[in-house]
Design a binder for this molecule. Structure first.
Ligand code: KIV
Ligand code: NA
Length: 270
């Protein structure tokens, strides 16, 4: 199968095919997800929770991200997989300066990532442009941004007021103008995520807790396999229910994203 590239996302968007993304942290699960047809794998800093047992993403280091990115890339390489690997720039690895951001991005790309993700609007758009100009494909992340959860006052839905929604639309447009290829929208109302998706022509939105109107979906792998230390978020569906194994569950996730049966706005969105 042909390798997924940033052009693939544009082609999928043009023919109305939804993008299925899952997180991955190690070689074996990455290879299984790839074989199940997942289009793109996110080495998320959610590894601070699901791998390290912490209660957030703030303590994850660039070295942690490099290690897990290398593991995931090795799994995909060994099976000759097609998926595109996105890696999170962790908290503190891009806030200091644009120079710090490119150095951190290079570390993740050298470990096997083909795109990096960074959280936030405002000044982040400028940093995104700096990376894109230097050959690093960028994924934005707006709405609930876990790295700044202390500033947001907790894990809660974002963009509920007209003012907050307008701000998110502006930030989305700025990230697209900066050259971002993808944009994760986390925990925002479905109507807002749909509007942002329509606003953006070149940048594919990927929703998590953002309804069915986005160009793609992402879930934390452990959550969609029903393996969880805490309370399951409302936007998650356990794809192991009724599946005969991990690969089967991932295949059902991919199918449900592509045919629009996940998420269900009545159950998994606000
Ligand atoms: O770290 C992560 O897993 C993420 C996704 C939830 C979007 O950023
Ligand atoms: Na993340």
């Amino acid at each position: 199968p042909k390798k997924v590239s940033i052009q693939t996302f544009a082609d999928m968007r043009a023919r109305g095919e939804k993008i299925a993304m899952l997180t991955a942290y190690d070689a074996t699960f990455a290879a299984v997800a790839d074989a199940a047809g997942v289009d793109t794998l996110l080495v998320g800093d959610s590894l601070g929770m699901v791998c390290q047992g912490g209660n957030g993403t703030v303590g994850v280091s660039l070295d942690d991200m490099v290690y897990h990115t290398r593991c995931v890339a090795e799994g995909v390489r060994r099976t000759g997989g097609r998926t595109l690997i996105v890696a999170d720039l962790p908290f503190g690895s891009y806030q200091v300066s644009k120079e710090q951001a490119i150095a951190s991005a290079v570390a993740l790309m050298s470990a096997g990532a083909q795109m990096v993700k960074l959280e936030g609007g405002g000044w982040v758009a400028e940093t995104a442009r700096f990376l894109v100009e230097r050959g690093v494909p960028v994924c934005g992340h707006l709405g609930l941004t876990p790295q700044t959860v202390s500033s947001l006052g907790g894990f809660r839905v974002q963009g509920r007021t007209d003012e907050a929604a307008a701000c998110l639309r502006e930030d989305s447009a700025a990230l697209e103008a900066a050259g971002a290829t993808m944009l994760v929208l986390e925990m925002v109302p479905a109507a807002l995520a749909t509007a942002i998706t329509a606003d953006l022509l070149a940048c594919a939105t990927i929703g998590i807790g953002a309804g069915r109107g986005t160009a793609g979906q992402v879930l934390v792998m452990h959550d969609m396999l029903g393996v969880n230390l805490g309370r399951m978020a409302k936007f998650v569906r356990n794809f192991m229910d009724g599946s005969d194994g991990v690969k089967g569950a991932m295949e059902r996730y991919v199918r449900a994203v592509k045919d629009g049966s996940f998420p269900d706005d009545a159950k998994h969105a606000w």
